[in-house]
Design a protein around this ligand. Structure first.
Ligand code: PLP
Length: 362
């Protein structure tokens, strides 16, 4: 087999090799049907089995709390930025947003097009290099929900503690850190995530929500944008992205094999510690961007002394087989995305490359 790249892409991102190999083995003839999963009806028993298994596996990993439902939708997390306020930010209500960075700002921008919003907390003054204090939020009585971005993919920050919002539903965009560690789903009214970072390939967005938040879509909303449409039709109202959902199911199986969320968290902490320690122990040659207490387990952002040196770092890293280390164009610098499927060995190789680079240029 050809050598796998050291893949630090932010999204679409690395998938577990075991999952790719299993999918390859099942690619042409799925379960003896004489066709691939992509070629069969989404209304047939075989596909529906996979579809339902993916949903129940996901809830299982989250402890199967009562009253929660899974939807498989399309249009990415970006569509949820709009669909969420379309469905829940109704007349006379206001929606709270915690402004933590690029993705949170995109979410609030869409909500403003739909209805009234307020900023519940913000780290804008800190250039979004930290997660603001959310321990004592006071929310208005007519708050439809409070929205947070559990992990800011571009800035490299992540919530430690989630806010307690009482009876106001807490809603999280978990696109870049879902299932990176255990979390208590019952703290949330809804979480959603585009699959292409921690759950599978692009093409499907997972919504996990308390059922009562999915049943009250305003009457005027077009059918396809209504949560109740997808709930009532088991996410089969229209043709689902069947191959992506099949892949999500395989990734979820793989997570179970890693010791479920506890096992995954242990590995993720080992990986992140290895990389952050290398940055912190470089005597200032590499500098972490995010506030230490807000550092992400998934997206490690760091800088060198000059942009020229960063360009050289990226160029030389590419020659050595490293992919995706350039920071997002909006913030610059360097970023290593170390999602669930990125193996420890890739980070070890990166740390060795960083040491070599510092020796030559430090
Ligand atoms: C990648 C990402 C998105 C956008 O996802 P799409 O599927 O491209 O719409 C939204 N939020 C966060 C936190 C992300 O990391």
């Amino acid at each position: 087999m050809s050598k796998r790249a050291y893949n630090f892409n932010a999204g679409p991102a690395a998938l577990p090799l075991e999952v790719l190999e299993r999918a390859q083995a099942q690619f042409v003839d799925f379960q003896g049907t004489g066709m691939s999963i992509m070629e069969m009806s989404h209304r047939g028993k075989v596909y529906e089995g996979v579809h339902n298994e993916a949903a129940s596996r996901l809830l299982n990993l989250l402890g199967n709390p009562e009253g929660y439902k899974v939807l498989f939708l399309q249009g990415g997390a970006s569509t949820q930025f709009a669909m969420l306020p379309m469905n829940l930010l109704t007349e006379g209500k206001t929606a709270g947003y915690v402004k933590t960075g690029s993705w949170a700002n995109k979410a609030v921008k869409e909500a403003k097009l739909i209805g009234e919003t307020f900023v519940a907390a913000s780290s804008e003054e800190d250039k979004y290099m930290s997660i603001p204090d959310v321990s004592n939020l006071v929310l208005p009585e007519n708050a439809a929900y409070l929205h947070i971005t559990s992990n800011e993919t571009i800035e490299g920050t992540q919530f430690g503690q989630y806010p307690d919002t009482g009876s106001v539903p807490l809603i999280a965009d978990m696109s870049s850190d879902i299932l990176c560690r255990p979390f208590d789903l019952t703290q949330f009214g809804m979480v959603y995530a585009g699959a292409q970072k921690n759950l599978g390939p692009s093409g499907v967005t997972v919504v996990i929500a308390r059922e009562e938040l999915l049943t009250n879509s305003p009457k005027h909303l077009p059918t396809i944008f209504r949560y109740d449409t997808h709930l009532d039709n088991n996410s089969l109202y229209n043709t689902p992205p069947s191959f992506s959902i099949y892949m999500v199911n395989e990734v979820l199986k793989w997570i179970e094999e890693q010791g479920s969320l506890e096992g995954i968290e242990k590995k993720n902490r080992e990986k992140a510690n290895l990389l952050y320690d290398a940055i912190d122990n470089s005597g200032g040659f590499f500098r972490g961007c995010a506030d230490v207490a807000s550092r992400s387990l998934m997206n490690v952002t760091f800088r060198l002394a000059s942009e020229d040196l960063e360009k050289q770092f990226i160029k030389e890293s590419e020659q050595e087989g490293f992919v995706g280390l350039k920071g997002h164009r909006s913030v610059g610098g360097l970023r290593a995305s170390i999602y669930n499927a990125v193996p420890y060995e890739s980070i070890k190789a990166l740390v060795e490359f960083m040491e070599q680079f510092q020796k030559k240029n430090g």
